[in-house]
Design a binder for this molecule. Structure first.
Ligand code: ZN
Length: 608
């Protein structure tokens, strides 16, 4: 096999062919389209990196043609060679040896100068570093022979793709020429807790159909692409010292500036639902009633304080003294730690992301620090009551923090390699952390739920009725992802309304922004001063809708639908005016709906 990979014996291939690049470009345009970015926008490099990362690694799973063609070719030829020269083994153990005329076709793959084999050898050479081999296999020769004769073919293609993706991400993280804010937040963007979880869900379940506006905003967050409505917007109307705060086009400021309560509550409820359904399978709690939201009376000296968002009353467990778990949800903003020395761990998690979550968790372990509520005292009472504190943090990309990850998915997670900073904490907080990380704590809830559920119901049964989730953990992930999309999307949507218009009323705010919006505003800016500033600000109250009605109705005149002239578009005035001017048979609620979401008269004209 010595001459196997010499330059003469391989076909020099380039993965970046015109076709592959063109195909990638099309995929990017499609994505830009979904997000309503302006026509012909090239997606930023990091967005394509996240989009083309496999779903298993937290990306969108869009296939990158430059790799995909090679990997598919490689795996199919490898399979053919294996089948022809060795044997075919079926799942039930039956083996078939192919006749010699098949075998002869593939037998000389190492030496043949046929293009198919020279290409195969070339790709084999390129992909070898991305194929995981046992530790004892070191030399390239051994590796080739292991891949050709022994490696398990099932799942090989997926594994190579994941390794390639890891390599790409790692390279990006270590490249100091890349933007700091992306490098620091990339592990969070690849958390896989938002859009990635919606790839295979049942749309027949109402919960699984998020509002398209929220979905789109969550997609903007995940790929970190500019949100169209925030183009050229500079001042935040919501900040106290307003008119000086810049709004960034990614929505980071809006996430930090706007009250996080709604998003917090959404995730709190979602976690409660997940824990209620899975902890009863594992018997960590005796019944569904042994879980309560924001209970009082946990701390005797401050009976009205509610230190827990979700309280679990655990089943009897001799191995641990803990009898209750107090889950406390926290929505933390975007990570803005300096990237000066970005340490990258093997699992593509960075120290900075860990510290970001750790800071929020430590705050929870310390307890509140307000007059009248001494944190250390409350934490002491919780410790004395055998109540474990479990901070459930999630960041502005939906990534879950170390403690809740440990509780749901188990200790073998990406945070494992990091050591927690506890120097600045008081003694009771340290004790709380000790209780939360003890060996016999309740953890790996979903992993254990899978095992227990399969044991009880057999391997062939489905956890949900919709044939989309085979195990409790699959369902939990889907459920959490949808909730996260709603939480982040709604938070951003309302935050944008407050930052731009100082209103919570978002019903008329089009954060999704259509391509038409963008083009019209562009056109207006450059072409004519005479056209009215139609898009912003959108209405804040009923008084402004009158102007809008006028705009709309003017549009309708231009398209010759005079009977609609006096038709009011908001429901309140409809009762007073609609009957007098409009034939009842021509009521089109759908068209009204479309119009009300678009305050821009000019846009309506374009659309009609
Ligand atoms: Zn602000």
């Amino acid at each position: 096999m010595a001459s196997l990979l010499t330059p003469e014996s391989v076909t020099q291939i380039t993965t970046e062919t015109t076709f592959a690049l063109k195909s990638n470009q099309l995929a990017q345009q499609l994505l830009a389209n979904v997000m309503n970015l302006p026509i012909n926008t090239a997606l930023p490099e990091h967005s394509w990196l996240v989009a083309s990362t496999p779903v298993g690694k937290g990306g969108l799973g869009i296939r990158d043609s430059t790799n995909e063609a090679c990997i598919s070719f490689f795996c199919s030829i490898l399979r053919s060679i294996r089948y022809a020269t060795d044997k075919i083994t079926f799942k039930d153990g039956t083996e078939i040896i192919l006749p010699t005329h098949h075998k002869d076709l593939y037998a000389d793959w190492q030496t043949s100068n046929t293009r198919i084999f020279t290409t195969f050898r070339s790709i084999l050479n390129n992909l070898l570093p991305f194929i995981t081999c046992p530790d004892e296999i070191i030399s390239q020769q051994q590796k080739i022979s292991y891949v050709m004769t022994e490696i398990k073919l099932e799942g090989l293609q997926r594994k190579i793709k994941r390794n390639l993706a890891s390599e790409k991400i790692q390279k990006y993280l270590e490249d100091v020429t890349k933007p700091d804010d992306i490098r620091i937040n990339l592990p969070s963007m690849l958390s896989g807790t938002t859009i990635s979880g919606t790839m295979n869900i049942s749309r027949t379940i109402p919960h699984n159909r998020p509002n398209p506006k929220f979905f789109r905003l969550a997609l903007h967050r995940m790929l970190r692409t500019p949100i169209p409505i925030l183009y050229n917007k500079t001042c935040c109307q919501n900040c106290k010292n307003n008119n000086n705060t810049n709004i960034d086009k990614y929505g980071d400021h809006i996430i930090a500036c706007h009250s996080k309560t709604a998003a917090h509550n959404e995730i709190r409820d979602s976690l409660a639902t997940i824990i209620r359904n899975t902890a009863t399978i594992t018997n960590d709690i005796p019944t569904e009633n042994h879980i309560s939201l924001e209970p009082v009376g946990l701390t005797p000296s401050h009976p009205l304080k509610r230190p827990a968002d979700i309280l679990l009353y655990l089943s009897d467990n001799e191995q641990t003294k803990t009898t209750k778990i107090a889950v406390d949800t926290t929505f933390i903003g975007t990570n803005s730690r300096s990237t000066a020395e970005l340490e990258v761990s093997r699992s593509l998690m960075t120290d900075k992301v860990f510290r970001h979550h750790e800071a929020a968790e430590n705050k929870k372990f310390k307890g509140p620090n307000r007059p009248g509520t001494p944190g250390d005292h409350i934490i002491k009472e919780l410790n004395d009551n055998n109540c474990r504190i479990l901070p459930a943090t999630f960041d502005s990309f939906g990534k879950l923090g170390p403690a809740i990850t440990d509780f749901l998915y188990g200790p073998n997670n990406e945070y494992k390699t990091f050591k927690r900073n506890t120097e600045t904490l008081h003694a009771h907080a340290k004790q709380a952390i000790k209780i939360a990380t003890e060996k016999n704590r309740v953890h790996s809830l979903l992993t254990r739920a899978n095992v227990d559920w399969t044991t009880k119901n057999g391997k062939t049964s489905w956890y949900t009725t919709s044939y989309k989730a085979k195990t409790p953990s699959m369902w939990a992930k889907q459920y959490l992802c949808i909730s996260m999309i709603n939480a982040l999307g709604k938070h951003l949507h309302q935050g944008i309304a407050k930052a731009l218009l100082q209103t919570k009323n978002t019903s008329k705010l089009n954060t999704a922004g259509t391509r038409q919006d963008y083009l019209s505003s562009k056109h207006r800016e450059s072409a004519s001063n005479a056209s009215p500033p139609t898009k912003q600000p959108a209405p804040r109250s009923k008084t402004t809708t009158t102007q809008q009605l006028r705009n709309r109705n003017t549009d309708r005149d231009t398209v010759g639908r005079e009977w609609r002239r006096a038709v009011p578009l908001d429901n309140n005035s409809q009762h007073t005016r609609a009957h007098t001017t409009r034939p009842p048979s021509t009521t089109h609620p759908a068209s009204q709906q479309t119009s009300t979401t678009r305050p821009n008269g000019q846009i309506n004209q374009n659309n009609q």
